[in-house]
Design a protein around this ligand. Structure first.
Ligand code: VGL
Ligand code: ZN
Length: 237
């Protein structure tokens, strides 16, 4: 069996795309000094046994550990809520998890209590092996505002400082992995585009929650915004 990369090197991209009309070609990408891997919310609450466990969430860990070796710049994020956070269903009488409420900053999906500051559930997975990660950024730590995005809180204006940090360090391309595809990964990817970064989401290094069509919508929004959807095998080691 010859794989597609061997075909590619034999024919060249132009010839190959000419042979397959309509093909969307993802050429292998080589992370460089202007690239950063963003590891989103790989925390116990989102893993098996956690209060907001993402289906098959643990499967991203070995993929991310391996990928991280190709990046000299790695940032990890932690969802980091107060007790009684506004995004918790338990903070709204008569509401159940996965229902929504209208808040002053827009529609909010309500979640089981999760990632409370300083708890074991909020800790990063002990199976992550990325000692060279340079920054861990926490988000969603204000009681009355959620922050799926690693860049901007749900009020749409309060910055976490991440875009400025990345720019100050010469980063132009960001690669996202982690949990959950349709919430914190997608919102971070959309904000990365808004901040002007070339943005890749590594699909097999993410898993989604998928409530009320959220996963399909997230991919549609990301594609429209110019986010590139790739697989971990598309990244050169
Ligand atoms: C997340 C729901 C609530 C996420 C965080 O990390 O995707 N999802 N808080
Ligand atoms: Zn949260």
């Amino acid at each position: 069996m010859i794989n597609r990369r061997q075909i590619l090197s034999g024919l060249g991209t132009t010839a190959l795309v000419a042979l397959i009309p309509g093909a969307v070609w993802a050429a292998p990408v080589k992370p460089d000094e202007a690239s950063a891997l963003l590891v989103i919310d790989v925390q116990n609450c989102f893993l098996p046994g956690g209060s907001l466990a993402v289906k098959d969430g643990e499967q991203v860990v070995p993929v991310i550990n391996k990928l991280s070796k190709s990046f000299s710049n790695v940032v990890m994020t932690q969802d980091w809520h107060t007790g009684g956070h506004i995004s918790f269903a338990s903070s709204h009488s008569g509401k159940k998890p996965f229902e929504t409420v209208d808040l002053n900053y827009g529609k909010q999906v309500l979640w089981p209590d999760h990632c409370v500051q300083g708890t074991d559930g909020a800790a990063l997975s002990k199976d992550l092996a990325i000692p060279h990660a340079g920054l861990v950024i926490r988000k969603g730590f204000r009681k009355n505002v959620d922050s799926y995005s690693a860049f901007t809180e749900a009020d749409g204006k309060t910055t976490t400082g991440l875009a400025a940090y990345l720019k100050a360090r010469g980063i132009k391309k960001v690669f996202l992995a982690g949990l959950a595809t349709d919430f914190c990964v997608a919102w971070s990817a959309l904000d990365a585009r808004k901040a002007g970064f070339e943005t890749y989401v590594i699909e097999d290094a993410c898993r989604g929650i998928d409530t009320q069509g959220s996963l399909a919508k997230a991919w549609a929004d990301m594609t429209k915004a110019g986010v590139k959807r790739i697989q971990s095998g598309d990244i050169a080691a």
